[in-house]
Ligand binder design. Structure first.
Ligand SMILES: [Zn+2]
Length: 403
């Protein structure tokens, strides 16, 4: 018995980052593999991890090496081919039809550069905290802070397909779910007066809520969704504060605004995220990032997110960052996992082949098309290029589904 999901079908990677555009020495490559800054013990390596093993298995052949190539051989081959060729191969082999790219991390390729390497379109996601940090870096009086952030956010939203918040990393997800008042924002901005004009990490809770709610206002007008980081990430995170169930009141507050919310990654709280997607009409989930980092266990994690999540609420992402291996690996592990889950259902007669195909289509592409307003082909009249190498402007409101 086979579902057709084993075949290569196009995916929309609804949340990823750019890649490094330089060659890496052995140690840089090893460190970029792990979401940790910590070094492995002597005589051990970050390659000895589920993600390291998965890269050796699934990425080595793309570089013309045998599966399970040794790390030193892998790193040498990567340098021999050079980063341009390596990035081109992995990004194209991913079989992704569109990349939706968070541009909040400096030092990585832009969506435009990713687009040229991958030869498919790459669209921008604006990270709200980074916009607020730019305003702080430019320096502003406390009384002007709110307006300046709003101007910058609206400008960025006009050329983005989503906004994103990393508030989970800064204060966790149990934040006060209400928008802050104007004078609260002014006095909070006065509190951070000492860092005005410098590159500082925004951690002030009122200003984080202000950036978030300003983004929500702009995104609701532009009819684009909000992506929120939930679940595991790098060691900056306090894990238990990133449980998406902590967002329940906030999600309720958003419901009347007509804005859609995608809970990114969620692992190991992906069951909570699936519950929220099942309860709230505007909430979507993915287990990107987790699939790469759990490697061989990806089918089990995907099966868990599919326990309760409605099929029309589940999205694909890689959350790949820095290494183009991760853009390919996410897609490979997702296809393997979805095939394994649906085939298991087919074998036990919980599903028919036609419905399995429909679910594959929804999760791989159609749900993201709908949430990000990409249903019409980008080349058609929905988008217009404002000159090569620059941003794009939306020229027509995207169609919305009735709820
Ligand atoms: Zn991310």
């Amino acid at each position: 018995v086979h579902s057709s999901s084993g075949a290569e079908y196009p995916l929309i990677d609804h949340h990823c980052h750019g890649v490094l555009q330089r060659d890496l020495d052995d140690r840089e490559l090893e460190r970029a593999l792990a979401e940790t800054y910590l070094r492995a013990p002597a005589d051990c390596s970050n390659w000895e991890s589920p993600v390291g093993l998965a890269v050796r298995r699934w990425c080595a052949p793309v570089l013309d090496l045998a599966p399970y190539a040794e790390p030193a051989q892998y790193a040498a081959r990567r340098r021999e081919l050079g980063h341009r060729e390596v990035n081109r191969r992995f990004l194209q082999a991913a079989g992704v039809s569109r990349f939706i790219v968070d541009t909040g991390t400096p030092g990585l390729s832009s969506p435009q550069e990713l687009e040229e390497m991958a030869e498919v379109s790459a669209l921008e996601v604006t990270r709200l905290e980074a916009v607020a940090e730019d305003v702080i870096a430019a320096g502003v009086e406390p009384a002007q802070y709110g307006d300046r952030v709003a101007e910058a956010v609206y400008e960025r939203v006009s050329r983005s397909v989503a906004i994103k918040s990393v508030i989970a990393y800064r204060v966790g997800l149990a934040f006060d779910p209400r928008p802050p008042g104007e004078d609260e924002v002014e006095s909070a901005a006065a509190k951070v007066a000492g860092v005005m004009g410098t590159r500082a990490r925004l951690e002030e809770p009122v200003l984080l809520r202000h950036a978030l709610w300003t983004g929500i206002g702009a995104a609701a007008e532009a009819k684009i969704p909000l992506q929120i980081h939930t679940g595991f990430g790098d060691p900056d995170l306090v894990l238990h504060r990133s449980d998406p169930a902590l967002l329940t009141q906030f999600l309720r507050a958003l419901m009347p605004l007509g804005i859609e919310v995608t809970l990114l990654h969620a692992y190991p709280y992906h069951r909570q995220a699936g519950y929220l997607a099942a309860m709230f009409p505007h909430v979507y989930v993915d287990v990107g990032l987790a699939l790469n980092h759990v490697g061989a266990s990806a089918p089990r994690v995907l099966a868990e997110i599919m326990e309760l999540t409605p099929f029309h609420k589940h999205l694909y992402s890689s959350d790949a960052i820095a290494l183009s291996e991760l853009h390919l690996l996410g897609a490979r592990l997702f296809r393997i996992s979805l095939h394994e889950v649906l085939d298991g259902w087919l074998v036990r007669d919980h599903i028919d082949a036609r419905t399995a195909e429909r679910i594959t289509e929804l999760v791989a592409q159609r749900n993201a098309d709908r949430v990000y307003g990409l249903a019409a082909p980008l080349e058609a009249d929905e988008w217009v290029r404002v000159g090569r190498g620059t941003s794009r402007a939306r020229v027509k409101p995207k169609p919305r589904l009735a709820r």
